[in-house]
Design a protein around this ligand. Sequence first.
Ligand SMILES: [Zn+2]
Length: 318
Amino acid sequence: MKQTILGFLSVWFILHFISWTQLSPFKTENHIMVVIDGVRFSESWGDEGHSNIPNQSQLMAPEGILFTRVFNKGLTRTISSHAALMTGFYEELENSGREYPGHPSIFQRWLKKTRTPGDKAWYIASKGKLAVLADTKDENWKGQFLPSQNCGIGGLGLDAGLGGKGYRSDAETWEQIRFILKEHRPRLMLVNFKDADTFGPNKTWEEYLEAIRQSDEYVYKLWQWIQSDDFYSKKTALYITSDHGRHLDNHEEGFLSHGDDCEGCQHVSLLALGPDFPKGMIITEKYETIDIPLTIGRMLGVDIPGSPGQIMRPLLSD
Ligand SMILES: [Zn+2]
């Protein structure tokens, strides 16, 4: 009897060990999600000529899989929308960075499950207030298995109560991304580019479009860099999405604002490139932003119990 149990335990241990080390069904070892803050679908993939996203539409989409109907069905403001992308749950959170989300992020879940050091998971944002999403108010997780973070100017500290003083430009964030990728070799990373949401000082249509074009440049440079680096090349998935869109024209303040459940605010997209994904495929089936962390979690071997999201099957079908 004792021998049977021992035998069973050894087989279980060996299978478990093999499944974690060699038999992962995925080639992807690293996951990088880029959130381009506040891009309305009509100025990205919804624009027939894709004139503001030439790099993504001409050079990147043929290499990846595009989901054209992804919706944020939660509160379409920055903190809640990023929380949905990181935790797999919709929550109505205070939007200035004073409220932790009620659920742990996939960063925390992955770090706990794999016991990976925190400098292999990085959370980088142009907006300092987003630092609040690195942790949770869930008592079972609070303060534990935290990713490394680099958010805005001074992270949460400077931003709290100062209303946006802790923001930095996407150009500065881009420099941080390059440094962190080389220095720390993160295996799981989330990046927020804010300029398409805040755009220029005059809040003009042209400044908004220019910010989208600039973020299109950054994501292409990032993809090129991934291909050129031995650690990341052929082993890295890149996900490009938005947290929320902007109001439809002739609704509230139009492109100048966002935050309700109009089509303009809810409709975003996902472009995913990586060694496990089909190439040149366009998916028009409807998905939600909470499905993205659930799917990345599945690839990482991390479950999100209780999430109302679904796995994005086309990503895992190749
Ligand atoms: Zn709206």
